[in-house]
Write a protein that binds this ligand. Structure first.
Ligand code: SAM
Ligand code: F3S
Length: 475
């Protein structure tokens, strides 16, 4: 029998709960002493997973009356929201599950759930290697967790749902709760690009845009709770084509211009943007919408046309550079960050040098770089001429050193300037100081007062550290 906990420890009390405009069935998970079940969520991977985990927590609080805990040893339900984009992330899942098993050995009623991209690809392997897992859900079925919890209670065997129901996910989630002055909002799910190295189209499904009006309502709701900066999220936000209630289609540029009209939303970002779909309309938004931050994350992956073509990225180096040039003509000094992959199959010294020279040409000032890792089921997995691990490590070290030089250079060039900083909260290391973010996405620490949290202040940058800045409040 599967060790599902609910019959012995918890009972389910049903009532309903009004949440914004939606009414959700509420099933409170309580023990015989009337204590709510405690939920711990661990998140791996990208911002979309962070967003999903947050919404998942809100759903279970609203619909099941659980309490969130940040201590896994206190939890009655442990959820792991996984990422399979790179090899390392996938390996981490089984080591985390090993840790969870130790907790379950001490607490028989503990429920363990695995969600996200690894769950979507490896449901069977998880059940085989980790038979103590009770629930498996995919990136598009987070909203079905209350049903899955019920299922294990009634059927006493593992509940699995890794299907791709269209957009139903967002209809079933309660309105999000703001946590501080910044918020992420997923505008499009899935990806149709099928870059040859990437597993995302297989784990997250095809592109589905959320309806335009739902997004505006969600952002206005976040604004009412004190949010001043939103980041519009998706694997390929440029493909956003949301329907309005009267059936019209809205693209990302139009969505941005309407979000900018929401009073009190002062800064807008979006990620991730695909260079091939970076339209002139979007470039023009930088002219028309001052609230659009002067920072763009535009993953290039490689500086070699040969590798870009093998990666099926659908742009050339020259096309990429020309888009950045246009953007910098519209917004001089625009900060550009990127993602890079080194050691893609067949990458020669020449190809790698082309990536290094692109770094010089663009002067990316903040980036992420990875060694290529073959992902099961992707076309690149079958390409000849794999690059040896040692070579990949060497190239990664060289690239990261170069990227760091440009990051430091940007940080140093900001010393002496005054920056508009959105204050996010107290600094972690020194709680008497505050922490905020500049328009070009740099963390700044400075002395201030708690009333400034959640507001924009002007900070003079006095010192550049490796990955952050220090400043003085400008009165
Ligand atoms: N949607 C984004 C784009 O437009 O490129 C990327 C999404 S992906 C989740 C984030 C980054 O992971 C990619 O930009 C790429 O650099 C890296 N990545 C994806 N698959 C990889 C693989 N198989 N090996 C190494 N890095 C990978
Ligand atoms: Fe992956 Fe390429 Fe889409 S990197 S998420 S297939 S844009």
């Amino acid at each position: 029998m599967h060790p599902a906990f609910l019959p012995e420890k918890f009972y389910v009390a049903r009532d309903t709960l009004a949440q914004g405009e939606k009414t959700l069935p509420k099933e409170s998970l309580k023990d015989s002493g009337g204590h709510s079940a405690k939920l711990y969520i661990e998140t791996q991977g990208c911002q979309m997973n962070v967003y999903d985990s947050k919404r998942l927590g809100e759903l279970l609080v609203a619909s099941q009356g659980v309490e969130i805990t940040h201590d896994p040893t206190q939890a009655d339900i442990l959820l792991l929201n996984t990422c399979s984009v790179r090899e390392k992330a996938q390996e981490k899942v089984f080591s985390e599950l090993g840790r969870f098993k130790k907790l379950k050995d001490q607490k028989k009623h503990l429920i363990i759930g695995v969600g996200g991209c690894v769950a979507s690809q490896e449901a069977e392997a998880i059940l085989k290697r980790a038979p103590y897992v009770d629930i498996i859900f995919g990136p598009q079925t987070v909203h079905r967790l209350p049903e899955l919890l019920n299922q294990i209670r009634l059927e006493k065997k593992a509940a699995v749902d890794v299907s791709f129901p269209e957009i139903e996910k967002f209809d079933s989630l309660p309105m999000p709760r703001a946590e501080g002055p910044t918020a992420f909002v997923t505008i499009i799910e899935g990806c149709n690009q099928y870059c040859s190295f990437c597993v995302v189209p297989y784990t997250r499904g095809i592109e589905v845009s959320r309806p335009f009006d739902d997004l505006i309502i969600e952002i206005a709701h976040l604004r009412k709770q004190g949010v001043r900066e939103v980041t519009l999220l998706g694997q390929n936000v440029n493909a956003y084509r949301g329907k309005t209630v009267d059936g019209r289609e809205v693209d990302l540029a139009e969505l941005i211009s309407v979000v900018a009209e929401i009073e009190g939303i002062e800064r807008i970002r979006y990620t991730t943007s695909h260079p091939a779909h970076f339209s002139n309309r979007l470039a023009l938004a930088y002219q028309e919408v001052p609230k659009l931050a002067s920072h763009i994350h535009l993953p290039v992956q490689s500086g070699s046309d040969r590798i870009l073509s093998l990666m099926k990225r659908n742009y050339t180096r020259a096309e990429y550079c020309s888009k950045i040039k246009t953007l910098r003509e519209i917004r001089p000094g625009m900060s550009v960050s990127s993602d890079f992959i080194v050691g893609f199959p067949g990458e020669t010294e020449e190809d790698f040098k082309a990536t290094l020279s692109l770094v010089e040409d663009i002067a990316f000032d903040q980036s992420f770089s990875f060694m290529y890792s073959p992902r099961r089921g992707t076309p690149a997995e079958r390409l000849p001429h794999p690059v040896p691990l040692l070579k990949k490590k060497q190239r990664l070290a060289i690239l990261q050193k170069r990227l760091e030089t440009f990051e430091r250079r940007m940080n140093e060039s900001m010393v002496g300037t005054c920056q508009s900083v959105l204050v996010e909260g107290p600094s972690k290391k020194d709680p008497v100081r505050l922490k905020g973010r500049t328009e070009n996405n740099r963390v700044v620490h400075f002395e201030g007062s708690p009333e400034q949290i959640g507001h924009f202040v002007t900070v003079e940058i006095v010192k550049a550290l490796r990955h952050s800045l220090q400043g003085n409040l400008n009165h």
